[in-house]
Design a protein around this ligand. Structure first.
Ligand code: FE2
Length: 298
């Protein structure tokens, strides 16, 4: 079958534009690390603002020195608290680089939960599987989870994987709870279930994946705020349309950024990395967020 010259030219332009977009997404936008700022009105009326740094989805692989330096440099923001919502490792041998990346941030108190990419190395997936909400998980080789856990705990951060904790942060009584990764059904909310204690100034829930069942549970228990990652903000977005998929049960409108969830505020981070098998970002730059918690307006 012969193709007309016009059709062949159009096909050529289409292929050229696609190649250009792919080059841009993999070589340029994927490394445009961006700090987002949000004011989060969740504190008691007379409280002083606190600065909370939210980091997620590093997906670190050996040699990603530029990302490591950028994240480590966030320590200069002098946050009052760091929230880390998982998927730190993208390779079994990236532990040292993750450790070097986070070490400067350990001067602030922190809390963390894990994602699937803290347990299993990524595996190649057909990208079109992301459009299938029922696609099956495939497990890669085990990652050094225990070593990562030790680094974070030795750094003074609190493990919230199916656990809760109370701490004083900048003079505020803060109640924390978290779940292990719901994307791999590791969450056990029963272990943290219960109303937020009455003498709490601020309550924070953490989950790697913003699954509605987990967010509903935090909201029903009276949490002020929840942080999550996992979605990568859609990772490959369409300008003017936004994310095409969320890779979990949350709706596309809340795939990233600050939103309400019942009476609770949630922040979903678009994260800092990608799977090494899909190293592209389009209309969705890698990000960390500095959340300034301020007195509530409600
Ligand atoms: Fe991730």
């Amino acid at each position: 079958m012969k193709m007309s010259r016009g059709l062949a030219a159009a096909a050529g332009i289409g292929v050229g534009a696609g190649a250009l977009a792919l080059t841009y997404a993999s070589l340029y936008e994927r490394v445009q690390y961006t700090l987002r700022h949000f004011a989060v009105p969740v504190l008691p009326p007379d409280a002083e603002p606190i600065r909370v740094l939210h980091i997620s989805d590093l997906h670190m692989t050996p040699g990603q020195v530029r990302k490591a330096h950028w994240v480590a440099s966030l320590a200069a923001l002098d946050p009052d608290l760091v929230l880390l919502t998982g998927d730190n490792l993208g390779h079994p041998e990236s532990l040292d680089l993750v450790s070097k990346t986070l070490r400067p941030l350990f001067k602030a108190p922190g809390a963390f939960v894990f994602g699937s990419n803290d347990y299993y190395a990524p595996v190649f997936k057909n990208p079109f599987q992301y459009f299938n909400p029922n696609h099956k998980h495939r497990y890669g080789e085990p990652l050094p989870t225990e070593d990562l856990h030790k680094i974070l705990v030795d750094g003074g951060w609190t493990d919230l994987n199916n656990a809760s904790a109370d701490a004083v942060v900048s003079g505020l009584n803060v109640h924390f709870a978290g779940v292990d990764d719901p994307h791999f059904d590791l969450d056990d909310y029963d272990l943290v279930a219960g109303r937020v204690p009455k003498d709490t100034d601020l309550s924070i829930g953490l989950t790697h994946t913003p699954e509605p069942r987990v967010l509903d549970a935090f909201a029903a228990d009276g949490y002020d705020f929840a942080a999550a990652g996992h979605t990568h903000g859609g990772q490959v977005c369409m300008p003017g349309v936004g994310a095409l998929v969320t890779n979990c049960g949350i709706d596309r409108a809340r795939v990233k950024g600050l939103h309400t969830w019942d009476d609770m505020l949630i922040h979903v981070s678009a994260g800092l990395g990608t799977s090494p098998y899909a190293p592209v970002r389009f209309a969705c730059a890698p990000e960390a967020s500095l959340l300034t918690f301020v007195p509530t307006e409600r």
